[in-house]
Design a protein around this ligand. Sequence first.
Ligand SMILES: *[C@@H]1O[C@H](CO)[C@@H](O)[C@H](O)[C@H]1NC(C)=O
Ligand SMILES: *[C@@H]1O[C@H](CO)[C@@H](O)[C@H](O)[C@H]1NC(C)=O
Ligand SMILES: *[C@@H]1O[C@H](CO)[C@@H](O)[C@H](O)[C@H]1NC(C)=O
Ligand SMILES: *[C@@H]1O[C@H](CO)[C@@H](O)[C@H](O)[C@H]1NC(C)=O
Length: 538
Amino acid sequence: MASAESQIAEDDFLCSICLSVFTKPASIPCGHNFCFDCITKCWDSKNPEFACPLCNETFSSRPMLRVNTIIAELIEKFKKTTLEKSSGTVEEKQAGEVLCSICSGAKLTALRSCLECVLSYCEKHLEPHQRIPTLKKHKLIHPVEDLESRLCDKHGKPLEMFCMTDQIFICEVCNGNCCRSHTIVTIEEAAQVVQTQFRSQMKHTEQMIEKRQQKIKEIENSLEASRNNAGMALTCSVNAMTAAVDYIKRSQAELTEIIETKQGKIENEAKGFIEELDLEIVQLKEKTTHLEESPGNDPFMYITNFRSLGIIQPQVKNWTLVTLKWTPFPAQGARLRATVMREVSMLCDPDFKEKQQHAVDVTLDPDTANPNLRLSADRKEVTHRKRNMNPPNDPKRFDLVFSVLGKERLCSIRCYYEVQVKDKTQWMLGVVNHSINRMEEPIPENGYWTICLRKGSEFTANANPAVNLPLRETLQKIGVFVDYKEGEVSFYDVDARVNIFSFTGCNFTEKLFPFFGPGPQDGGKNSAPLIITSVKHP
Ligand SMILES: *[C@@H]1O[C@H](CO)[C@@H](O)[C@H](O)[C@H]1NC(C)=O
Ligand SMILES: *[C@@H]1O[C@H](CO)[C@@H](O)[C@H](O)[C@H]1NC(C)=O
Ligand SMILES: *[C@@H]1O[C@H](CO)[C@@H](O)[C@H](O)[C@H]1NC(C)=O
Ligand SMILES: *[C@@H]1O[C@H](CO)[C@@H](O)[C@H](O)[C@H]1NC(C)=O
């Protein structure tokens, strides 16, 4: 009952201008009621015509307005009852749903929002907008929550137009004020434009997605190829190594047999010689036993005996030219080992080959050379000599240590170069950063990443703390590889193709330069030069 009552009341208490329950209801001479402010505003704007917005009855002069106290009281009562009622039944609003601004109590879902009224209406409260001519002119839109945002900040009018030039919403007043050169369109037209843009963007996005899908396929294919290759490489290397091991084992067996056979013959021959010689010794001894040592009592018999035995020498061999002949077997183990290791490490470190692809040309920078160093004319070799002149002062020069830098900074992301250290007992190689102190200890903290050889056998990486390295006798050439981005400096034994040492996780922030320290002559033992050699790709 209460609900029916309040519904009737609510409907009757609506101002047909603002479509809200009357505030300060005022009756005009034709008998219709409006909010005091609504009708005042209406007539203010339509001067000099004073008509009823509902029935069109015109008045010759502006009617005097007074608040209708009876209606006002009724409204007060009505508000109280609906408030009591609604306090329990506030309808739960669903996300995105806009509620009718007019419904009191349980609010219904709004069907449209009116930009003129700045209100949203349910089906029932929308009706006046479909019936009353003045209201019919109002611009209705899909219901929205924040209607204020649809109004012009400056003029309070609905934002119905869009300035394509400034890309902003404008109201009709703005439009009037707007520069003529600007392109103004309705919001609907602007939406069309945006839709067109969106479609072309969609097309572009689709193309981008397609390209990425193609990329995935490409990567997958490449991965597949890589897998196949890795599998093949694995099979090949296993086969090759098994074959090599078999071959070596077989060869070893054959070689053993050959050596043993040969040695057997020699043993036999020696044995024969010795037996023969032993026999002759026996014969020779036998002969002498028949002779007495001294003539004794019967000199006549002594002489007769000697003559019968002694004159005839036993038949013995002339041994002067006889020797046990044998030729030494070649002891080529070291070479074999080096060769096999080189070949195997070539199989095992395919990365080294990749690193060699980053070979750069390096020459020495005379401006940085210690005065006791001699550089070759092509700036590829450096060795120690006696100081014979004072070069010009240069802050870049190494005054105290026998060092020189490369002229070219290592500017690529990856660089590789090789230096010959053959026949040297002392040297230091590596890279340094641009602002090294030339007097400081050569450790990474000071911008030095180096390895060095001292006293012909002490092989060290100048890390902090220093790392002792195993030295191969065959070490002749050092490969230096720098990966600036990864922060890596690696050293290789080029001939053995093995990694000697790597500094990793370095924090390069400056330019890097190759560093060369040939060390002192050391009485001629270390007079061989350090030579930057060209990189031969295997
Ligand atoms: C009211 O007057 C306007 C013109 O002022 C006219 O367009 C409209 O049809 C009239 N409405 C009624 C209900 O007479
Ligand atoms: C043994 O042979 C060598 C060389 O042929 C010869 O010089 C030497 O006289 C020979 N000795 C005897 C005892 O015949
Ligand atoms: C480069 O060397 C200077 C001087 O030794 C040092 O202060 C600086 O930290 C070094 N830079 C890097 C990145 O190691
Ligand atoms: C590298 O440098 C960055 C910034 O200078 C620093 O935060 C980081 O600790 C450094 N790393 C090493 C390993 O020195």
